[in-house]
Design a protein around this ligand. Structure first.
Ligand SMILES: [Zn+2]
Length: 146
């Protein structure tokens, strides 16, 4: 396993939300997702994983560079929620209420620490042709008054 590169935590500008692309309701744990990432990308991808029950698991420190947006991982915090597809693999916003609460808690924490941090979904990055995180981050934040 590759040790993640250093990332200057004073220069964090982005927070990107992802889904694990696991089927609705499947209780995959953060440790499993990290194992998959290490196998696929040689390192843990995300800084936090939000499990089905809303449990927030810190998987990288903020001074470690993740591997979650191609070519744009420096200064970019990655948060992944478990779920994001239906049983037939179709993208769907499968977030439980507990996961939504946990995501909001994380977003508020980073906004307090990094005023002006830009929060977006993986698919909102230029050149990304993916459904991840299977919901419209900007619309959701507006809807919940963030
Ligand atoms: Zn993603």
């Amino acid at each position: 396993m590759t040790t993640p590169a250093y990332m200057d935590p004073a220069k964090i500008e982005y927070l990107t939300i992802h889904c694990a692309a696991t089927p609705r309701g499947r209780d995959v744990k953060a440790a499993t997702i990290s194992q998959w990432d290490v196998r696929k990308f040689g390192q843990i991808s995300y800084h936090h994983v939000v499990e089905i029950d809303g449990n927030r698991v810190r998987t990288l420190r903020d001074d470690q560079r993740g591997a979650h947006v191609g070519g744009a991982n420096t200064g970019n915090i990655g948060i992944c929620y478990v779920g994001g597809v239906e049983a037939n693999n179709r993208p769907a916003d499968t977030r439980t209420d507990a996961q939504k609460m946990a995501l909001l808690t994380l977003i508020r924490t980073y906004r307090a620490r990094y005023p002006g941090i830009i929060i977006r979904g993986h698919r909102d990055w230029p050149g990304v042709a993916k459904a991840c995180p299977s919901f419209d981050v900007a619309a959701w934040l507006k809807e919940v008054g963030e």
